[in-house]
Design a protein around this ligand. Structure first.
Ligand SMILES: Nc1ncnc2c1ncn2[C@@H]1O[C@H](COP(=O)(O)OP(=O)(O)OP(=O)(O)O)[C@@H](O)[C@H]1O
Length: 629
């Protein structure tokens, strides 16, 4: 009789899910009907279970019955109790129980999971000795046991497949077995009394191992593993991001309050004495930044509207508008301005402009103003004065791709579905291809392609922002931007190029596919290096866990795996280290269109809305691996 995986999962949900994180586990069969989040089936049986960071608590005993599991990850929850007998999990290949509050010993039955490639039990409260069974696991590559309360000596582990090993931060003692001296000291640090290479040599009396009766007196020394309070739970990434964002928001509020206060005081003073001719001194830009350039009368009110833009307001109106700071970038600060007639524009206040005066700036603006395409943010007007340069753009109401992907990864987040991601990828590719072609023989690059420069209009149509600005900026601004998106050759040449844009665009595609940010969320992106997304994806794909690279949010959609792999291939060729191996943007557009050739990726808005998108099922081995801890 086939074991009932649905019953096992429902029992687990009853025990562990007091917060309702698994409320879409409805119906009786997890492998039929609407998918259960985190559950992947093959041939009608539960095959992968990914339940990371969901505040689950209680025991996982009920999962012991899922005998077809290849992958189980429950990392970063609050699960408790002993680890169940492993003998039912004979097919298990990837097992992540780390970051919980499991207690008791590691069962001997771990030796029965003969297919196991990765075992991560780190950061729990496991005690007892390490069972001497790991030599049975001939496929094991990762063994992470750090941050527990394990005692006794480390058994000999002769398995040469293991390349990722740590027992740091336990209470182990005795000499390190010879078979493990190939690992760094960091794999062993923070134990009570471990000795021998790669740590310091054992005193003669201690080697080879400490007798068990003296173990309780051994105290752990400072551990390289993050300390955890007993019974406490660590902050999830989402919570950390929320705290950081909260802090930043609070800081911005305080700053804003200060500026408003400062501004009011200035305005009062200005009311007392009449302003000098031409000084821009309006206070209605509530962030108060945008105020004090001295202008000769001749330059006053010269907001220059570009070809095709209706001249609908004056500089005065702009200065009177209520404004909200959108963010600071490497070219200056962007504001959202709501004019008195209700229309909304985005205003960029430039810093560090390197043109040879007004004429050159105007020429550049006229050039930028001529560019028209549905996938680029239109520049409507500009303002030039000695200490003040403003650019006025259409405001894009759905913000940037960066904030859509990484802005709120915590509870309450609206996932970004696959069709929208594909649509954004194609729109942005078309916008950039247009810019590359339009500049034709001059080969003018964008020079700053990244997800915060891909903006979304009300229909989630992707538009490229900030084009044409890289050429205006001083080299210091140019070198500080682009962390995480910069092509490798840029380190030597410092020159921007269309080929380097293609590389940056490849990073954006990887961001869409993985959900990972190449620059840390809400940090000062200009100054901090983020993760090297191309390198990370390469390393995961090389290990043949291709499915693992994809954003967990995309796991709910069926039948999109082929398309995701298709887009991954496009991304990988874009991030080729050698510039000449990268395709042109026009070719990239074609490749993305080909991902859904007969379903009309090249269609208009309506076409996109109607494209099919059903939750994903990954069939057959190998299972995907969760991100490294
Ligand atoms: N036209 C616009 N409509 C809506 N949001 C915008 C607009 N222009 C810029 N923003 C948003 O304002 C914020 C600041 O933009 P800005 O271009 O100044 O900096 P950046 O894109 O983060 O960095 P960089 O200057 O290097 O491009 C970003 O989050 C961006 O998405």
């Amino acid at each position: 009789q086939t074991p009932n995986d649905g019953v096992a999962l429902k029992n687990f949900r009853l025990t562990a899910d007091s917060n309702g994180m698994l409320r879409d586990w409805t119906g009786d069969n997890p492998c039929q009907g609407s998918p259960w989040s985190g559950v992947i089936c093959s041939n009608g049986r539960v095959f992968e279970l990914k339940l990371e960071g969901l505040q689950l608590s209680g025991s996982i005993d009920a999962l012991g019955g899922l005998d077809q599991l290849r992958l189980l990850t429950v990392k970063d929850n609050n699960l408790t109790g002993p680890i169940p007998d492993f003998s039912n999990w004979r097919n298990m290949q990837l097992l992540y129980l780390n970051g919980n509050q499991f207690t008791g010993p590691i069962p001997e039955s771990v030796g029965s999971m003969w297919r196991l490639a990765r075992l991560n039990l780190q950061n729990n409260f496991l005690n007892g000795t390490i069972p001497n069974v790991f030599d049975n696991l001939t496929r094991l590559q990762t063994l992470r046991l750090e941050g527990n309360n394990l005692t006794g000596a480390i058994p000999p582990i002769n398995n040469s497949m293991i390349n990722d090993f740590s027992v740091a931060g336990n209470q182990l003692s005795g000499s390190i077995p010879l078979s493990l001296v190939r690992f760094n000291a960091s794999s062993f640090l923070g134990n009570g009394d471990l000795c021998g290479a790669p740590l310091t040599a054992c005193p003669e009396t201690l080697a080879p191992t400490v007798p068990p009766e003296i173990e309780p007196t051994l105290q752990p020394v400072s551990s390289p593993v993050t300390p955890r309070s007993k019974g406490g739970s660590r902050l999830s990434t989402g919570e950390i991001v929320a705290i950081v964002v909260g802090d930043v928001a609070a800081l911005m509020l305080v700053t804003l309050g200060f500026l408003v206060y400062y501004w009011r005081r200035r305005s009062c003073k200005n009311q007392e004495k009449p302003s000098k001719g031409g000084e821009i001194d309006r206070g209605e830009f509530s962030s108060g930044q945008y105020s004090t350039a001295q202008l000769p009368d001749s330059e006053k009110n010269k907001l220059v509207f570009l070809e095709g833009s209706k001249h609908v307001f004056e500089l005065e109106d702009l200065l009177r508008a209520s404004a909200e700071m959108l963010g600071k970038g490497s070219f200056g600060t962007a504001y959202k301005a709501v004019l008195e007639d209700g229309s909304v524009v985005a205003v960029k206040r430039l810093k560090d402009v390197s043109t040879n005066g007004k004429k050159e700036f105007e020429q550049q603006m006229e050039l930028i103003g001529k560019l028209k395409h549905r996938n680029i943010v239109p520049l409507r007007a500009y303002y030039y004065a000695k200490g003040e340069k403003l650019l006025v753009y259409d405001y894009q109401q759905n913000g940037s791709l960066y904030s859509l992907l990484h802005g709120n990864r915590g509870p309450g987040r609206t996932p970004l579905d696959w069709v929208t991601r594909l649509k954004i990828a194609l729109g942005a590719a078309r916008g950039l291809a247009y810019l590359h072609q339009e500049c034709g023989s001059q080969k003018i690059p964008h020079g700053n392609i990244k997800s915060s420069n891909i903006l979304l209009d009300k229909n989630y149509n992707a538009c490229i922002a900030d084009y044409g600005l890289a050429l205006l900026m001083t080299s210091s601004a140019a070198t500080t931007r682009m962390a995480g998106y910069r092509a490798p050759e840029h380190a030597d040449t410092k020159r921007i190029s269309q080929r380097a844009d293609v590389y940056s665009f490849g990073v954006v595609l990887l961001e869409l596919l993985t959900g990972k940010a190449p620059v840390p969320a809400y940090s000062n992106a200009a100054q901090e290096e983020g993760i090297d997304l191309p390198r990370w994806v390469h390393s995961v794909v090389r290990e043949e866990w291709t499915a693992e690279v994809f954003d967990i949010e995309l796991m709910r959609y069926r039948n999109i795996e082929e398309e995701m792999v298709g887009l991954l291939q496009v991304a990988m060729v874009c991030v080729s280290p050698a510039p000449e191996q990268r395709p042109k943007m026009s070719q990239v557009v074609k490749m993305i269109e080909d991902i859904r050739p007969d379903q009309g990726l090249s269609m208009d808005e309506e076409g996109f809305e109607s494209m099919s998108q059903s939750p994903l099922s990954l069939e057959g081995p190998p299972p995907s691996e969760p991100p490294a801890t």
